[in-house]
Design a protein around this ligand. Structure first.
Ligand code: ARG
Length: 589
């Protein structure tokens, strides 16, 4: 189904043509002056130059031609040459009924593409902290939007599981328990099945080792050497690595599940280790990689660069692979396994240079096809109220679990304050609303910008917040439930949306019509915040309509049934939209 703007533009273009002008001037947009009209066309202004005629004259002629057009209730020319348009009630109701019955509410999608969304990117052996929140939330939403647009989409967590942190843990463990068989080079037997540490021990070992390496050069050297040995296939170290993975990954999975974030692939840097030698050989053979100060690099600077883009380093002088190397090898792996048309990396924007280098190197060397779209969605920092990166009250790194628990607690208090509820039910609802508060608080900001995580604001039931959106959906659901209760027996709910009965209803209907445009734009721009802005407008329009209309006590049955059908569409649109953002609404709250 064509979007409402496309449909109106077609009609106005026909008007231009009939009046003797080129149809291309008939493009219509949303009104800049909602107090005067709903839509506007500025084509007469552009036409004036081509036709050497005053814009107002052209606009008048077009308005005259279109004055009996059934889709419009008003079309008028105003100085200096705008066409102001209001759509007719019939047209609007018909458009909404088309949305109601159409697949994806009438949203048209292009031929499916294969897309990989790379997000999450946690480093194993470290608990998830608030720094991981944005990658998870934004990436999950981007993945869902891409999928809704009809594409075949893979979400890959891309674990940091092959770097120095592994060497650090191994080295620290060796200091603490030198007698473990993993450190005995003559050991040829089978290693224990049980890990020599628990999750909480692991979470203590890593920061301890990391701190030590910053003060103690010899320790750091040892850790670097252990990392190299691990990557070279040292049997004992590899067995330890497996233990680290087995202890750490289930915990990561649990944490992500708690956020309603799930990945199709749980691959990591380690999974592409075997690809690296062949890839590097190819780069050398084809003359892309050359030596520079002992290291192996690929030049990626371009003539048009306005800032310096250093060469992309492929191997360090000691032959070790780097972060760029694993990302390039991952591209090879992804091409072999899935051959994506488009890859979207949702990573902290401070890594922008890394991705410029990786993308350029991949294109130059043929690791990525020339027509593969590579996008870096760099997100800003989540700050506290003081404008500095979000911390605990004591100034430490806040674990993600702690943050989620805090918000749940706050929501639970608010929910139980409002009214009596079954404690278990309240707990469940608090979880759902807390997730909405956190995710909406994040996603309603443009991803690239820093934002302030403000608990009081995010958990409020008023204003541009997740709880407000959910509250509105629950309100609609409760009206529908009451209506259903009053229905006799097996009667079906009414389906057909009627003509708008008042301004508030028309305003709600007009907001809803924007769905297709908004979703398509959020996909094109990789911008979930567009969906937030849309549903906030829909919720405001709905609540205004609700306050001005006595729905359930209406005696005119046809009218009431039209409203119920409109409520159903509003609910469905809102629930689909929040699903694209990665959260859901409860039945009651
Ligand atoms: N593990 C990385 C980090 O903690 C993030 C990974 C992002 N994804 C990627 N393909 N490089 O910085």
């Amino acid at each position: 189904m064509k979007t409402i703007l496309e449909q109106i533009s077609e009609t106005v273009s026909r008007g231009f043509e009939k009046a003797g002008y080129d149809a291309s001037y008939g493009k219509v947009g949303l009104s800049n002056r909602p107090d005067l009209c709903e839509f506007q066309c500025n084509g007469a202004m552009a036409g004036a130059k081509a036709y050497h005629k005053a814009p107002i004259m052209i606009a008048n002629e077009v308005a005259e031609v279109l004055k009996d057009e059934s889709a419009f209730s008003e079309i008028g020319a105003v100085a200096p040459g705008f066409l102001n348009i209001k759509v007719s009630d019939d047209f609007l109701a018909e458009y909404l009924n088309g949305m109601r019955t159409g697949e994806r509410f009438g949203l048209e999608v292009a031929a499916p593409k294969k897309i990989i969304v790379d997000y999450g990117g946690p480093n194993v052996a470290k608990p998830l902290h608030v720094g991981h929140l944005r990658a998870a939330i934004i990436g999950e939403s981007v993945k869902r939007i891409c999928r809704y647009m009809g594409n075949e989409v893979i979400g890959d967590v891309h674990l940091g599981d092959w770097g120095l942190q592994m060497g650090l843990i191994i080295t620290e463990l060796k200091k603490r328990c030198p007698d473990l068989p993993y450190f005995d080079e003559s050991f040829t037997g089978e290693y224990p099945k049980e890990a020599p540490f628990t999750l909480s021990e692991l979470e203590e070992i890593y920061p301890a080792a990391s701190a030590k390496s910053k003060e103690d050069d010899a320790f750091k050297e040892e850790a670097l050497e252990a990392t190299k040995q691990l990557q070279k296939g040292n049997r004992g170290y590899h067995a330890l690595w497996e233990h680290i993975m087995n202890v750490s990954v289930p915990d990561l999975k649990r944490n992500y599940a708690d956020l309603s974030v799930d990945f199709d692939w749980w691959k990591g840097e380690s999974s592409v280790d075997k690809i690296i030698p062949g890839m590097v050989d190819d780069m050398k053979k084809n003359g892309f990689a050359h030596e520079s100060e002992g290291a192996l690099v690929v030049d990626v600077a371009e003539q048009s660069d306005t800032k310096e883009i250093p060469p992309c380093m492929i191997l360090k002088s000691d032959g070790a692979a780097l972060y760029t190397t694993t990302d390039l090898a991952t591209l090879v792996d992804r091409k072999n396994n899935f051959d994506p048309d488009h890859l979207i990396y949702v990573v902290d924007k401070r890594q922008e240079m890394h991705f410029i280098q990786v993308f350029r190197c991949a294109k130059k060397t043929g690791i990525a096809r020339k027509d593969t779209q590579l996008d870096f969605l760099g997100f800003g920092t989540m700050n506290g109220k003081d404008g500095k990166p979000f911390k605990t009250r004591e100034g430490g790194v806040m674990r993600l679990e702690t943050l989620i628990a805090d918000i749940r607690e706050t929501m639970l208090k608010k929910i139980t304050e409002n009214h009596e509820t079954d404690p278990q039910e309240a707990e469940k609802t608090a979880r759902i609303v807390a997730l909405a508060a956190i995710k909406y608080g994040d996603l309603s900001n443009q991803a690239t910008k820093d934002y302030i995580f403000d608990t009081d604001k995010f958990t409020s039931f008023e204003g541009n917040t997740g709880p407000y959106i959910l509250y509105t959906i629950v309100r609609i659901k409760s009206i529908l439930a009451k209506y259903k209760d009053a229905l006799s027996g097996a009667s079906a709910l009414p389906e057909v949306i009627g003509l708008p009965q008042n301004d508030a209803e028309k305003a709600l209907m007009l907001e809803i019509t924007k769905f297709s445009q908004v979703i398509a734009l959020s996909y094109e721009e990789i911008a979930p915040h567009r969906i937030c802005a849309y549903i906030y407008d829909v919720c405001n329009a709905f609540n205004r309509f609700y306050h001005e209309t006595r729905i359930l006590t209406e005696e005119d049955t046809a009218r009431k049934e039209g409203w119920i059908a409109l409520l159903i569409l509003t609910r469905d649109i809102l629930e689909t939209s929040i699903d694209l953002l990665g959260f859901a609404a409860p039945e009651k709250m």
